[in-house]
Every structure is written in C-alpha cells, then in structure tokens.
Design a binder for this molecule. Structure first.
Ligand code: IPE
Ligand code: IPE
Ligand code: MG
Ligand code: MG
Ligand code: MG
Length: 296
C-alpha cells in the first residue's frame, strides 16, 4: 500500500476513533471520575490497537460499526493499563502522552478508580449492542478481550514485570513477560477485528494469528529500544527510565543492535504471515511497518 494512502486512511480512522471515544467515555459520572477518565483516554496516544482492530476487520470484510466499538474497547483496556502502570506502586511515572499522569493530575485513588471504570466500560461497549450475527461470535470477542487483559494476558505480564524488576531475565523469560504484558492485547486487537467478519479459512486464521503475535512482541521490543534511544519530548513519557529502575528489557538482555535486528525479523515474519489474506491485508502490513519503524 502506498505510504500516502496509508497515511490518509490512518488520519481518517484516528478522527473516527477519537469521536467515538469522545461519545462513549462519559463526563457525567459521580464526583470527578468521568473527568479523570476522559483525561486518561482522550486526545493522546498513537491508537495503534484501534487501528489494528479496524484494519483486521477491513481485511475480512467485517462490520465497521462492530469494529469501531471493539476498537474503542481495546483502547480503553490499554488506557487503563497505562494509568495503572504509571502509578507509584508500579513504574511511578509522572508523564504520559505529553501530560502529567492521571495520579499526578488527580490523585492515586482516582487513578485506581479510573482504571477500574475504563476496564468495565470496555466490556460494556462489547456487550450493550449486537456486534455479530451469531451471539456466539460476540461472546468470543468478549472472551478474547477478557483473556488478553487478565492474569493470562496483560495483568499477568505486569505481575512478571514487577517481580522481575532489579533482576536479570534469561531471554525466554523476557519473551514470556513481553508476550503477556503487551503482546496479548495487541494480538487480541487483531483477532477481535477479524471476529467482526465471517469465519476465516484455517490458513487465513493461522496467518492472522501469527501476524498478531509477531507484531505484539515487536511492539514491546521497540518500546524498550525507544526508552533508551528516544527523548522525553518525542515520546511524551520519561525516557531512560527502564535502566534507572532496573527493568529487564530487550536492550539490557541482548543490546540495542540485536534488539533492532529482532524487531526487523518480527516485522518480516508478521508480513509474511499475511500472505494467505492477499491484498486485503495491505493496511495490516503497513501497520507492522509503523510499529517497528516508529520514533515515538
Ligand atoms: C505503551 O503503549 C505501553 C506499552 C504497552 C509498550 P503505546 O506506545 O501504545 O502507548 P500510547 O497509547 O501510544 O500512548
Ligand atoms: C507497559 O510496559 C505495558 C503495559 C502498560 C501493560 P512499559 O512500562 O514498558 O510501558 P511504558 O514504557 O511505561 O509506556
Ligand atoms: Mg511497566
Ligand atoms: Mg511503564
Ligand atoms: Mg516501556
């Protein structure tokens, strides 16, 4: 897909996602909770996960309205994970998406509740309207998101991260941590997007899953690289904190040069895996480029 075509698709979808989130994350809630939820979700972030949901849906000719709900649901889980990740009991960060973190702008208890409320809102979005012809298909979407966010997915990965801080992890253990804390939700984004369409042939489904896993791992490898090579200004979050906090990363484990090679290998593998889907997967292919080549 031509770069300019991908960029105009991205711009249009980012606007659509922003409007949907704007409408679905309520301001009118008790106390300042709604305000804090909107602060944590709106107007920031690359929105890679929603773009993956929408691109996967488009690759399989799925229902756009369903995909937009699913895209926002995945982003809400991601936003909640960032808000909790930044809290003093976790990574203790003060800057996120170029703004003070939620617990700094509001307070810790509010940040905790914002995360809780965003997580349940994500499932509300998936549940309150019919998103698939078959109820079973919609239940499958709910399950994909639940597993990806829970103890066998993101939350489990975050637990490994906390337990591993200050330790040296062997490469297979590091991979397990990254696959859980970041890979699982990214994989779910792709699979949920594809679930908005008709069931896929086995080779297509397997190819999409291989793509999703490779992009998910590549995402965190690049996040590790950017922490050492990016600047606070471009990242919108404090650079250089992983080594200060003794976080095991791909950079600490294998060095920046090898980590870059690995990200490239994962990009090629992800793109090769899309072959069974043909040209319908062009946007997913470009998103793999974006994930690996991004500078923020
Ligand atoms: C950062 O995610 C945290 C990780 C899972 C690596 P993103 O880099 O997608 O953060 P935003 O959404 O663009 O702010
Ligand atoms: C966070 O990983 C992963 C999740 C939020 C689940 P990091 O701790 O590396 O993310 P950043 O670098 O703070 O964005
Ligand atoms: Mg963290
Ligand atoms: Mg962090
Ligand atoms: Mg990081």
């Amino acid at each position: 897909m031509k770069r300019s075509e991908f960029e105009s698709w991205t711009r249009a979808e980012l606007d659509a996602v922003e409007s949907a989130l704007e409408a679905w994350v309520p301001a009118s809630t008790p106390a300042c909770l709604g305000l804090a939820m909107r602060y944590g979700v709106l107007d920031g972030g690359k929105r890679v996960r929603p773009l993956l949901v929408l691109a996967a849906c488009q690759a399989v000719g799925g229902l756009r309205e369903a995909a937009m709900r699913a895209a926002c649901a995945v982003e809400l889980i991601h936003a909640y994970s960032l808000i909790h990740d930044d809290m003093p009991c976790m990574d203790n960060d003060v800057l996120r998406r170029g703004k003070p973190t939620v617990h700094v702008e509001f307070d810790e208890a509010t940040a905790l509740l914002v995360g809780d409320a965003l997580q349940t809102l994500a499932f509300q979005l998936l549940a309150e309207h019919r998103l698939a012809d078959e109820p079973r298909a919609q239940l499958e979407m709910v399950k994909l998101l639940a597993v990806a966010a829970g103890s066998r997915g993101m939350a489990g990965g975050q637990a490994i991260d906390l337990e591993s801080t200050g330790k040296v992890l062997a490469l297979p253990e590091l991979e397990v941590m990254h696959i859980h804390k970041t890979g699982a939700l990214i994989r779910a984004a792709v699979l949920i997007g594809a679930a908005c369409g008709k069931p896929l042939a086995e080779t297509e489904r397997a190819g999409l899953d291989r793509y999703a896993k490779a992009v998910g791992l590549a995402f965190q490898v690049v996040d590790d690289l950017l922490d050492t090579e990016g600047s606070t200004a471009t990242l919108g979050k404090t650079a250089g904190k992983d080594s200060k906090q003794g976080k095991p990363t791909y950079v600490s484990a294998i060095g920046a040069a090898r980590a870059k090679e690995l990200a490239e290998e994962l990009r090629s593998d992800a793109q090769a895996a899309l072959r069974p889907l043909g040209s319908r997967a062009a946007r997913l292919e470009s998103l793999a480029d974006f994930v690996v080549l991004r500078k923020f």
